[in-house]
Design a protein around this ligand. Sequence first.
Ligand SMILES: [Zn+2]
Ligand SMILES: [Zn+2]
Length: 331
Amino acid sequence: MQAQQLVKPKPIAEKPLSLVETADPQPDPGQIRLKVAVCGVCHTDLHTVEGDSDLPRLPIIPGHQIVGVVEEVGEGSGRFQIGDRVGVAWLNWTCGQCQYCRNGRENLCPEARFTGLHADGGYAQYTIVDENFAYPLPENFSDVQAAPLLCAGIIGYRSLRLSGIEPGGKLGLYGFGASAHLAIQVARHWDCEVSVFTRSQAHRQHARELGAVWVGGAEDQPPALLDASVTFAPAGWIIPLALGHLRPGGTLAINAIHMTPIPEMAYDMIYGERVLRSVTNFTRQDALEFLQLAGDIPITTTVETAPLAQANEVLRRLKASEIRGAAVLVV
Ligand SMILES: [Zn+2]
Ligand SMILES: [Zn+2]
């Protein structure tokens, strides 16, 4: 099969991925093999190919927003039939035994493996996955439209949940890329008043089109204090500013795997029982809930497509904030 493979991480300008011909993967018992239709491109893929994350396995095929069709089932796999369309996301496997797995927090499992990091992902013609870590997709979504739901969407949904935002509440979103453009639609479905903070004029325009009541920069003051916020930007300098926009008792949830250091700040920024919390991965329950909700609303995904061969170029454009909505590779 053809695959975009990472042998050695390097800056995206130096094209870390190479299109190679490699053996088709074979499903073990309990696994399924998918013929990949499309794979979404995520900021985490950029961290992987540039080596910001520790890479447990090289070479590796990135990609963890995979839409494909079940083509072969391993021995003892019975959850899906050949021909079913399924999605695969970031959470690739969890131990099922530890205190986190047993208490509904498998996102924190210390043994967890991730798609496109520990296991080959979807920048390829085929991929294999444990059948318990694949999801049926809402039927009213095309393959391309469904791909961004699988990371950007699910993690955005978990972030909203952890922010404690309630229906009708005032919500702030910092950064407006793949994840935020889906989260705002869930928040609007819950009748929230959403303020969006982003530097990019194109992203501000996009936020307005999706129902933001106010747009501005992180340095600007929104019309009223916010009940809850989510930051999607990997920029630590935003944290004290975002806390300054939050009412007492409000929560700021950080949706980022990496972030530049958070500047020193006065205790007053969190006094008043303001909560600052990170969002780490997601659970299969989050995925199932969000995919159901996305189909019911229904969410509209803004997508730019490119062929698999252009993975390096798409990642470069993602880094430069040149993508409107989400980028999807067509295999
Ligand atoms: Zn992702
Ligand atoms: Zn576990």
